[in-house]
Design a protein around this ligand. Sequence first.
Ligand code: NAD
Length: 497
Amino acid sequence: MNDAPGNRALADRIRIETRAWIDGQAVPAQSGKTFVTLNPATSALLAEVAACDHADVDRAVKAARRAFDDGAWSRCDPGKRKETLLRFAALLRQHGEELALLESLDSGKTIRDCRNEVAHEVPHFFQWYAETIDKSFGRVAPTGQGTVSMIVQEPIGVTGLIVPWNFPLLMAAWKLAPALATGCSVVLKPAEQSPLTALRLGELAAEAGIPAGVLNVVPGLGEEAGQAIGRHSDIDMVSFTGSGEVGAYLLGYAAQSNLKPVGLELGGKSPFLVLEQAAITDSLIESAVMAAFWNGGQNCSANMRQIVHRRHRDEFVARVIERVKAFVVGDPLDPATDIGAMITAEHRDRVEGFLQSGVSEGAQVLLGGASLDDNPGFFLKPTVFDAMTPDMKIAREEIFGPVLGMITVDSDEEALRLAVDTEFGLHASVFTQNISQALQFARALPVGTVSVNSFSEGSVATPFGGYRRSGSLSRDNGLEALAQYQQTKTIWIDLES
Ligand code: NAD
């Protein structure tokens, strides 16, 4: 495993692809325009990337439609599609180190996390969905003697996948892997803050044998490339991960174009509950700090609202503070770093605005509360707030930064009441040694994922998505994700006419 200088030397040698990938080729935007992507850890220019707009999206959609209609991927032998996707997974694994370094440079995420997410999890997602391809069956309905009725799943067609910057390649893989497995064609738009790893996918897909036009990657600004996908009448569905605000735009675009279904994975304000019968172990403290600070808190399922029974308060606070003080903030390429850079200067300033609001509304800063001194990168120290109250802005709105806010409660009933008092419903963690109580809370919490005695989003095998304003009925991950990219057909056969 390399140290920071070793990683930097490797990173300096990476070839950065800046062009879109359309119809099996790397191409500049038709307008010739580009946008810049910075290294969040240094604020230096990293690359100037093709700024795709409506014309490029249209070209990608035409290629995707042609590829879908010719059937070389959408209707090919399932075994062949599986082998090709497995080859793609193997190539991603082979290029894992390069992709992890590129992701870290482009997003400010720690190299440790990138190695785990990009080099390990991303190939695994493609492998997992590849293996479903030749094990998916249709059904036969219970009808009378004179009829046979088959229920079959078919790929929906051309899909538009729009992803955010906080887990750039992983969020792309969450959507791409099931979409490709079902036989769909894809137009993928990475976030403009972190487009670079997605741009490497096209070439690797071609090398794996995925036919031209099946996977297209169009980098560009949200209002241009993203909106063009949302409004395109020949895109059959959109799957989106990002903010609620943009999710609402996409519903509007669909309403104003072809009524395409839109799958939404949105934000959260997830609670972390330490109930009276919890045991304050090292593992609980590790879960608490990871829940708030993993990926610098730039995580949709961050459990920033930590609701702690008074019985445990003092011990919990002392141990959390001790743990957070040991965090290393800084150079993302250093394998010792725990918290890398915020994605942009604007985002860092936005998070600092929340810190100021917390202080002005009366929360108490136990640790942090500021950016890293004398650093050109976009770093923030991890902040721990005590005496957060449920009505404060920091307790109600998604911060998306390294902030943990603590609310002390006098009973488990009060904990549950506060936990559900939010418009979001993505995730919750519940800590108690009482398994019946854990299950009661798991049932009572209106969220897509409940984690008991750990902080976990689950695995590739378990569906992930939000209740309430955290998402739509669609789910990423698990076999459930396949449904987003398929439609159901009934074939009714009259045997007697
Ligand atoms: P964002 O909504 O600003 O951007 C997401 C994507 O949408 C980007 O690719 C962007 O270019 C595009 N976009 C922006 N404006 C658009 C428009 N008008 N039309 C079409 N596309 C447009 O979100 P973000 O800041 O990149 O990501 C952070 C948000 O993502 C947070 O709210 C976070 O909670 C959420 N998120 C959710 C999940 C989940 O699985 N539920 C996972 C990760 C992130």
